[in-house]
Ligand binder design. Structure first.
Ligand code: ADP
Length: 398
């Protein structure tokens, strides 16, 4: 064999070997492909490949969906629960665990939350496969109203539902409070107005004795001052409630401000023969805007003077502590009975209605104090013993 023929043979053998190995690789790859695609009998390899690609994408979605659901159950401020067809709680949000009384995973909805209405809402939603929306009272630190949405769906052919709850106690309380408030306000305004109207009618009598005329005029003056004060305080309260909270905060040096307020109140203190003592350290700052600080201190000092009785002593004290500045107005006057103590910060609440009215009170002073202090992140406190005196304190974080 000549060299040309030898080379041709070698190339052919090499080509055959390469071809063979390619065929073997192709078959192995094809088998692997067929195994992984597992085409159905009526399916082309291309369709099978598309289907597998979709499944792979879906498999990729599952951990992401699971992560999102976990995040939702962890972070959702609305209590949420996932419930199966047997109405067993499969999963629930942290907020549901925090806000409701003892809901548990793998326990019946009815068994743990003790609400037939909620159980019925879940059953109805899953039976009809239609969302249910209702309002139900549930145990959540007492019985509180919740707005409930139940969304049914099917998971691998089995019914399940997701329940969202929204605590509406505040909205309900606020609605009730608002209508009560409107009724009280109109009553409070109508009383001095009726008095003024009656006296103005008497003043129109041509035969009226000059002394009576003077007396009626003084009463009209008195009632209109009270009415104006009531309207001012109501307006102040509503601007406080609707205004931004940062308007309340600021900084003022307590000593000069309290001296100024005490000077203003000196004539009232003299009238009631009350001794005023300012014990405030010089270096204390109040974290309140000037007008707010004046309102709070004036209200507390004025109350102590008016209600403590003749010959009493009223002290203003202040100290810096780890939780902020604490200011106290202490008197050794008539005190407040325990049954009234928890109510004195409510609007229009007066222990002795006729005494308060006689002293020009509106019943709004302490509710304004409480509002300013609490909206600035602080707390008010009262201690009192009937016959021994009262201490009203507030603490504000610095
Ligand atoms: P008012 O305008 O009637 O003073 P407040 O809201 O300031 O309203 O106070 C509510 C009620 O709390 C008063 O009517 C009074 O009965 C009682 N009170 C407040 N401070 C004192 C105090 N230092 N001593 C006794 N009673 C007080």
């Amino acid at each position: 064999m000549n060299s040309a023929a030898t080379i041709a043979l070698a190339v052919s053998v090499l080509a055959a070997v390469v071809l063979l190995s390619m065929v073997i690789r192709y078959r192995a790859e094809r088998r692997k492909l067929l195994e992984s695609l597992d085409p159905k009998s009526d399916e082309s390899l291309e369709d099978a490949a598309r289907r597998v690609a979709e499944q792979a994408a879906f498999c990729d979605e599952i951990p992401r969906l699971k992560f999102r659901l976990d995040m939702l159950l962890k972070e959702s401020p609305l209590p949420m629960m996932i419930v199966d067809g047997e109405r067993t709680i499969i999963n629930l949000s942290h907020s549901a665990e925090d806000q409701l009384d003892q809901p548990r995973r793998r326990r019946g909805l009815l068994e743990t939350l003790e609400s037939h209405e909620l159980d019925d809402a879940a059953r109805k939603a899953m039976e009809t496969q239609k969302p249910v929306e209702t309002t139900i009272r549930l145990y959540a630190s007492g019985r509180r109203p919740f707005h409930v949405w139940v969304f049914p769906y099917e998971a691998q052919g089995a019914p399940e539902c997701i329940i969202f709850l929204r605590d509406i106690a505040e909205a309900v309380d606020y609605g009730e409070l608002r209508s009560q408030f409107a009724a009280t306000v109109s009553h409070e305004l109508r009383t001095p107005l009726a008095g003024i109207k009656a006296m103005v009618e008497s003043l129109q009598e041509p035969e009226l004795d000059p002394e009576d005329r003077q007396r009626f005029l003084a009463r009209v003056d008195n009632e209109s001052t009270r009415l104006a004060q009531l309207i001012d305080e109501l307006l102040f309260l509503s601007t406080l409630e609707s205004g931004p909270e940062q308007d309340l905060r600021g900084e003022c040096l307590l000593m000069p401000l309290s001296e100024e307020i005490m000077e203003e109140l000196r004539p009232l203190a003299e009238r009631f023969e009350v001794a005023l003592e300012n014990q405030v350290p010089r270096d204390i700052h109040l974290p309140l805007e000037g007008r707010m600080a004046t309102t709070v201190l004036t209200n507390l000092l004025e109350n102590a003077i008016k209600y403590s009785g003749h010959g009493s002593r009223v002290e203003l004290l202040a100290e810096k502590g780890s939780d902020g500045v604490r200011v106290t107005v202490r008197d050794d006057g008539i005190g407040i009975d325990a049954e009234h103590l928890s109510h004195i910060f409510e609007r229009f609440y007066r222990v002795d209605k006729s005494r308060s009215k006689h002293l020009g009170g509106t019943g709004l002073g302490l509710s304004i104090v409480k509002h300013i202090v609490e909206s600035s992140g602080g707390e008010v406190e009262v201690e009192s013993r009937e016959g021994f005196g009262t201490s009203v304190s507030f603490t504000l974080p610095q």
